[in-house]
Design a protein around this ligand. Sequence first.
Ligand code: FAD
Length: 343
Amino acid sequence: MHFRNILLTALIVTGLTACDRAPQREPLVLQGKTMGTVWRVTLAGVDPQRKEALQQAIQQQLDRDDGEISTWKTTSVLSRFNQYQGTEPQPVSADMADIVTLSLRIGAKTAGAMDITAGRLVNLWGFGPVGQPAHQPDVAAIAAARAETGLSHLRVIQNVSGQWLQKDLPGLYVDLSTVGEGYATDHLARLMEQQGITNYLVSVGGAVLSRGRNASQQPWRVAVQKPTDRENAVEARVDLQGHGISTSGSYRNYYELDGKRISHVIDPATGRPVQHKLVSATVIATTALEADGWDTGLMVLGTARAKALALKEHLAVYLITKEGDGFSHWMSPGFKTFLIDKS
Ligand code: FAD
């Protein structure tokens, strides 16, 4: 039987504590849908009369991002790049050049575990717009998709006259799903700044960023969820201190096929969904985009290699690993500096 249980967000804003219950204005909460998931913006100290205009500006920004980097929309800039069966440089926006540059850099640091050129593998296993396969892909199909995958086949060209993406394999298929939510979250933060708003918590899917204080003049609190199907079970709470946070997990975005659980996190080295016991990786970084790029790479690497890389790169990381009937957790020294408490 097929089913796909999609993680909307692995991060939640926690409730107020007793000391938060000072006199306060109500926060302004806006939300909507984008990129196959939900967005949410919570604002403190903002005139409620601005709600409609802000809602519109946010949705327009997200629609622009979707029209640029979606592999689900055949007309997006990225889809047109993927459809292009040549090797000449193709013009892209500065933002698009930046997201690809950062993704390639994180890809190299994870030794190719995070690979935005793995789109053919993602589609083969049914996590792209194509839909789920009736049976597990065979060895030949996996090998064919792997032959059209690899960070070294994609480059960004940037100079005074513009920026371009270039592939040296005509069939290369770039998938920015792993960083798209972080990219869009950073854009919402930028939009809030442009609107003169300094106290906000913005999220798209599993990527979150906050600045300033909440309506009770307290730091925004974000909770990492426990790896269960139960909503809102809190594993740990953090104060982001103006940073971005993102979680990648294998426990909610999967389906079952031929009696096996198929995770949406694909190991480009094998061409297959990961099988190890690391169930979620949460990263806090300067931007939500950066956090969103690292979390998938760490998920691919598995617990031991993810720990080693987090320490080497001084990343703020929280890992949850399946151990028998329960779970174990690990946090890097960098993550501890953001921790409020842990259940
Ligand atoms: P993350 O853990 O952040 O990333 C995992 C995803 O990255 C996988 O699902 C796969 O796509 C890809 N991936 C897997 N392995 C690797 C790897 N080794 N290296 C790099 N990438 C890898 N979904 C819909 O159902 N309908 C839509 O219309 C839709 N539109 C979208 C538009 C945009 C612009 C984006 C960015 C995504 C869209 N999605 C859509 C996808 C969806 O909402 C999520 O982005 C997706 O499910 C992954 O998000 P995540 O945070 O759960 O996973």
